[in-house]
Design a protein around this ligand. Structure first.
Ligand code: BES
Ligand code: MN
Ligand code: ZN
Length: 520
């Protein structure tokens, strides 16, 4: 993983120096001006080495605006222009952050990624010059954003390539005055959690069974401060009456697992009460649909169906390092959804952990079945809040696409806090209504409920309405990340494949968590 550090002078031997540039077209700024504004200058650096002199050579005649525009550079967010020194490295990379108005940490994330992507693929270090008082956020927030973007921009999953692709830079030095270190460290830690989740999700389902996933998580959590892990096997799952998880796992040759991880902060010493948040993640390591089999095309990316589990377990893995001030538990039910000879059949009824009966009319609506049990377990802990994360419905992708997740729940203050956290993290969440009026969509002919709603009607809401029956009165939010969990192409700080969407929003949310009183 990329190493990110702060420095006050430009070190020797960097391969590229990034300079953030604010840019706007006429009319975009309040005063109606247009043009570029360099947020740092090579000339302003102390201790110039021959390297810096070489780079400065490029900039003695600061490229004029017309020339930059002729090169196609607009300074729009996420854009970059590489100026190469005739006498060798380093290159100077101009990094667009867009207009000053509305500048936010997300644009710094994109700038971080643009730099590490533009710096070339020969390894080595890149430097980023930053202003003392950055627009778009305070230093810690901007620093964290830069570290996240730069780190995730270099993320690659090459475990299965015989010939690995050339390396990105392996080090980023952020050069500026002020206290950048702590923000950079926090951003790098959050990015490491996201990278771990991406690795779990990108690994082919044949190699990432419930047992393997539980083992990988054990390896990552072993030895972590104040963090504990429990893995339930199929016997324990049966003893605990997790009927939904058992029903889904029936069709598979691979046994299910249930993983439970907990972080307890030092603040909970003695009998002081610290808030407790339980995260629940859908962990279907492969979703074939079961007997309600998916078409071939619909199955191609279904190794992604354990993204919720990967996200919540990754979050717990960095709570100690980030000094999260609340107690955090993660519960992840893990299973394949396969059409084996003992598979559940459309029309079968099972009983979930909390005693409710569910008629399974479509075995492809399996996520809500395993979550019913996991949410019941979560509610039994009487936490201050439950947040579940799941690639639950194709309808979410239809409604909102891949750029924003759907969010539903029973506690407006909790939903607001999550939405704000998502906004800051660049992982956007959008509310859909948990409409009482639609409860009858999941009425069953013979059981307490059925596992599907009406055909082609409000599929994401119907899924959430089923989940709502398992959280009792605990404030609860459901994040349906079916679309955002996967990227179809590499851009910004996402690379094609798993995104780990939710990791950074949840970390931001937990870091600032204030308990809301009750469910609304
Ligand atoms: N894992 C899928 C949802 C999904 C679809 C995630 C596309 C990512 C991309 C889920 O288990 C599923 O199959 N849902 C069904 C539910 C339906 C049968 C009620 C769906 O959305 O079609
Ligand atoms: Mn399914
Ligand atoms: Zn699924």
């Amino acid at each position: 993983m990329l190493e990110v550090v702060a420095a006050t002078t430009l070190p020797d031997g960097v391969v590229a120096v990034g300079i953030p540039v604010v840019g706007s077209a006429v009319g975009e700024e309040d005063d109606g001006t247009a043009g570029f504004e360099w947020l740092a200058r090579l000339g302003g650096l102390r201790g110039a080495t021959s390297d810096v002199a070489a780079a400065r050579g490029l900039l003695t005649e600061e490229p004029d605006e017309a020339w930059l525009r002729r090169q196609g550079f607009t300074a729009a967010k996420g854009t970059s222009l590489v100026l190469r020194a005739a006498s060798g490295p380093p290159s100077v990379v101009l990094l667009g952050v867009g207009p000053r108005a509305g500048l936010d940490p997300e644009r710094w994330r994109l700038a971080g990624a643009a730099l590490t992507r533009a710096a070339g693929d020969g390894g080595g270090a890149a430097a980023l010059l930053v202003p003392e008082d950055p627009p778009g956020g305070d230093v810690p927030a901007v620093a964290a954003a830069i570290a996240e973007g730069a780190t995730l921009g270099t993320y690659r999953f090459d475990a299965y390539r015989s010939v690995p692709r050339p390396e990105h830079v392996d080090r980023l030095v952020v050069v500026g005055r002020g206290d950048w270190s702590d923000g950079l460290r926090r951003g790098a830690v959050a990015a490491s959690a996201a990278a771990f989740a991406r690795d779990l999700v990108n690994t082919p389902a044949g190699d990432m069974t419930p047992r393997v996933l539980a083992e990988r998580v054990r390896e990552r959590l072993t030895g972590l401060d104040r963090t504990t892990l429990e893995v339930w096997d199929e016997d324990r799952i049966a003893d605990e009456r997790l009927g939904g998880l058992l029903a889904v796992a029936r069709g598979s040759a691979e046994p299910p697992r249930l993983v439970r991880a907990t972080y307890t902060p030092p603040e909970s010493e003695g009998d002081r009460h610290v808030p407790h948040v339980v995260l629940v993640g859908k962990g279907i390591t492969f979703d074939s649909g079961g007997l309600s089999l998916k078409p071939a095309e619909g199955m191609m990316a279904m190794k992604t169906d354990m993204s919720g589990a990967a996200v919540v377990l990754s979050v717990v893995s960095v709570c100690a390092e980030l000094r999260v001030p609340v107690k955090v538990s993660a519960i992840a039910p893990l299973s394949e959804n396969m059409p084996g000879g003992r598979a559940q059949k459309p029309g079968d009824v099972f009983r979930a952990r909390n005693g409710a009966s569910i008629e399974v009319l479509n075995t492809d609506a399996e996520g809500r079945l395993v979550l019913a049990d996991a949410l019941s377990l979560a509610a039994e802990l009487s936490p201050d809040a439950i947040v579940d994360v799941a690639t639950l419905t194709g309808a979410q992708v239809i409604a909102l696409g891949k750029g924003v997740a759907a969010m539903l729940g029973n506690a407006p203050a909790l939903l607001d806090a999550l939405q704000a956290a998502g906004e800051r993290a660049g992982e956007r969440l959008w509310p859909l209504p948990l409409l009482d009026d639609y409860r009858e969509h999941i009425d069953s002919e013979i059981a307490d409920m059925k596992n599907i709603g009406r055909p082609r009607e409000a599929g994401t809401i119907a899924g959430a309405l089923l989940l709502a029956r398992f959280v009792g009165k605990v404030p609860w939010a459901h994040l349906d990340i079916a679309g955002p969990a996967r990227a179809d192409e590499s851009s910004g700080y996402l690379s094609k494949g798993a995104t780990a969407f939710g990791v950074r929003a949840l970390l931001d949310f937990l870091t600032r968590y204030q308990p809301a009183r009750t469910a609304g």
